[in-house]
Structures are given as C-alpha cells and as structure tokens.
Design a protein around this ligand. Structure first.
Ligand SMILES: [Zn+2]
Length: 253
C-alpha cells in the first residue's frame, strides 16, 4: 500500500482524460515538478473541479502509488481568479507556467522557481507594473535560478569591476571599454539597462517587484532578452507566440 503525502504547489497545466478526469502537472516545494491523476476533476460538483485548474496554488493531498501520484484532496489558498478577468494578463501567466514547466524537473529543488512564479503572477495582477516588465523580470530571474544568467557584475574579458559599457549576447555577458573591442558581437549597453539586469539577478525573489523602468529601458531589455533566449534557450513556447502577436513593437531610443 502507498502512503498519502501533502505537498504545497501550483497547477502548471491540466489535461482532460476521458469524460471526468484530468492529469495535472504540479510544481511543488517538496518534489519539484510532478504529474498527478485527478479523478473526477471534470465532474460539475467534483471535489477537485476548481483545484485542478492552471494557477491554483495551495496544499494537495496525494496518494503516492508505486509510479504515479493521484490527487485526493486540495485546499487552495489562491486561484489567481483575477487572471480569468484579464485576458491579456492571463496569456502572460500561461507563458510563465509553460516556462516553469519546461525548466523544472521532478525531485529537483524548485522552491525558488515556485516562489518566482507566485510573485510574478501577483505582479501581473497588480496595477503597479506593466505586464511587459513583469515578463522580462520573470525570464531573467528564471534563467538566473537555473544557472543561465548573463555575466553582468564584472567584465567578462578582464574580470575587473571597471565601468561596463558593452554587452555581447554571443559571449553571454558584459565588457569594459578596453575589452569590448575584442568581444564578438559586442554592442554598447547603457547604465540603466545594465543596472536593471544586475538588480534582477542579485535580488531575492520577494524583493524583485519593487521598481519600474522607462519605456526606453524596457524596450532595450526586451530586445536583449529576445536575443539572449534565442541563443541559450533551445525551445519555442506556444504561449509566447500569442504574446508576440499582442505586444506592441519595441521602439528604439
Ligand atoms: Zn575588461
């Protein structure tokens, strides 16, 4: 006989199975990214009807079988219902879920990613931050948590902490005045854009959403992240395509 296990986590996606059931993917504190069978989750008055939906965050009681988990009960503390009333924000939210689904693994410590996901969804709902900024912060921090952040605290060439004035996507980091001439694909980077990247990479997740940037800096960050992801993330996200169709074109300044 298996044992029941309580995990804290968020539903990343839910797939219908047959007429009444679902298979859900959960990002949990305790077991990383896992999938669980949710029996009766599509029945109109099923216990798991609301719980087995994307964005639902809370405690899930799981029956742990030999090779599968089955959701038995859930106590949801946040459904992020605001996202169902704001289609634009919801698409960003779905993109974050897909991003986390791609990067997280079973039995891996994914607590930072779970925290990032939670805080980023809250920031999407908040009026204080533009969705485009939340996306940039989420992407850069997610890459950083997964050990893929660009090198931005000292010069990638000479390792000295002199003023950094260039950034090379190909080399994956920033360069000083002297070294940038020899760095492949190096372009100039302004202090605000660089500082924003440093802040996102070095701040704890709880303090990430505490600033805004000018439209100009946001456009530069978007362009840089687009190129950086193209170079280092070998995956195309379905939900990102929708975002690209709805996002305004960045302007150059
Ligand atoms: Zn240098």
């Amino acid at each position: 006989m298996g044992t029941n296990l309580i995990v804290t986590g968020m539903v990343l996606n839910a797939m219908p199975i047959g007429d009444y059931d679902k298979r859900i993917t959960l990002l949990t504190k305790e077991r990383g990214r896992i999938t669980a069978f949710a029996r009766g989750a599509r029945r109109p008055n099923g216990q798991l009807l609301a719980a087995a939906s994307p964005f639902s965050f809370g405690e899930f009681e799981l029956f742990e079988g030999r090779s599968t988990y089955t959701a038995v009960k859930a106590t949801i503390s946040n459904y992020f219902r605001e996202l169902s009333e704001d289609l634009d924000a919801a698409w960003y939210g779905f993109y974050f879920l897909e991003f986390a689904d791609y990067f997280c693994q079973e039995n891996n410590d994914e607590r930072e990613m779970l925290k990032l996901l939670y805080q980023s969804l809250r920031a999407l709902i908040s009026e204080r931050f533009s969705n485009r900024l939340v996306r940039i912060v989420f992407e850069l921090k997610a890459l950083s948590i997964n050990g893929m952040a660009p090198y931005v605290f000292s010069c990638l060439g000479c390792k000295k902490k002199q003023p950094l004035v260039g950034f090379s996507v190909r080399r994956g980091g920033a360069f000083c005045e002297a070294c940038q001439k020899n760095a492949a694909g190096c372009e100039s980077i302004d202090a605000d854009t660089l500082y924003t990247m440093q802040y996102v990479i070095s701040s704890p997740v709880e303090k990430l959403y505490s600033f805004t940037v000018s439209e100009c800096v946001l456009s530069r960050l978007e362009r840089l992240m687009r190129e950086y992801k193209a170079a280092y993330v070998n995956h195309s996200f379905k939900s990102a395509k929708v975002l690209e169709e709805t996002e305004p074109d960045s302007f150059f300044c």
